[in-house]
Design a binder for this molecule. Structure first.
Ligand code: SAH
Length: 213
């Protein structure tokens, strides 16, 4: 499968849609304008790749809606070289956005099928994460902590303490919290023991599940 002028045109449209919905971070918009999202989706859905919608991928999971990816990424305020942990690798699209922005990315996926597929796929199209890990995101990645940012791309029933503990001072955790509908939470670590919390609207994610599968 290739990238074409047609795809680039559709991507430019998608970027405009994200701007109209309130995304302002230039680096995020550039990343969305550059990444061939159609390559991250099963072939049957290629025609829909540049609509601002979530779509099914393997193992009953979804590739997040571009607006959601952009909204969460924007909250992280990434600087080049920042160490970022992603929970829920899925298709790898969010991983690619983080890499385009110059982050050093560690990403964890609990579904073996998706883990295997995406670990092989990302380098094929030129995206090199520091580590793609088969594991349980509730535990984070203590061996590589602290992180400048942690982004959770599944709906969490609660905020895992391990993730807060793995932020550096000034670091940010972006996590959708709730069961049926999730509220986007942003935590900023302001000192060893203090966190600022912001609630930033309703979203809908597949659930964050325990253990590996
Ligand atoms: N970032 C992905 C979104 C995929 S949907 C993308 O851009 O495509 C959320 C993903 O989180 C699913 O792949 C699901 O298997 C994974 N997930 C759910 N609970 C998890 C956990 N505890 N640890 C790691 N990954 C988890």
């Amino acid at each position: 499968m290739k990238d074409s002028h047609k795809h680039q045109g559709l991507r430019n449209q998608l970027v405009k849609t994200l701007v109209s919905k309130g995304i302002t971070c230039k680096k995020v918009l550039e990343a969305v304008g550059k990444i061939p999202r159609h390559l991250f989706m099963d072939s049957g859905f290629v025609d829909f790749a540049y609509q601002d919608k979530a779509f099914p991928i393997a193992a009953e999971q979804t590739i997040s809606q571009p607006y959601t990816v952009a909204f969460q990424t924007q909250l992280l305020e990434i600087e080049k070289g920042d160490k970022i942990l992603e929970i829920g690798t899925g298709s790898g699209y969010q991983t690619a956005v983080l890499l385009e922005m110059g982050a050093k990315v560690y990403t964890i996926e609990r579904q073996q099928e998706l883990f295997k597929k995406t670990k092989l796929f990302l380098p094929k199209i030129g995206y090199k994460a520091k580590q793609v890990i088969f594991g349980d995101g509730y535990k984070g990645l203590p061996a590589e902590a602290p992180f400048a940012g942690i982004i959770v791309t599944a709906g969490a029933p609660f905020v895992p303490k391990a993730l807060l503990a793995q932020l550096k001072i000034g670091g940010k955790l972006v996590i959708p919290v709730g069961d049926d509908v999730q509220i986007m939470n942003l935590f900023v670590r302001t000192s060893e023991n203090e966190f600022e919390k912001h609630e930033l609207g309703d979203f809908k994610f597949v659930p964050m599940l325990k253990d590996r599968n």
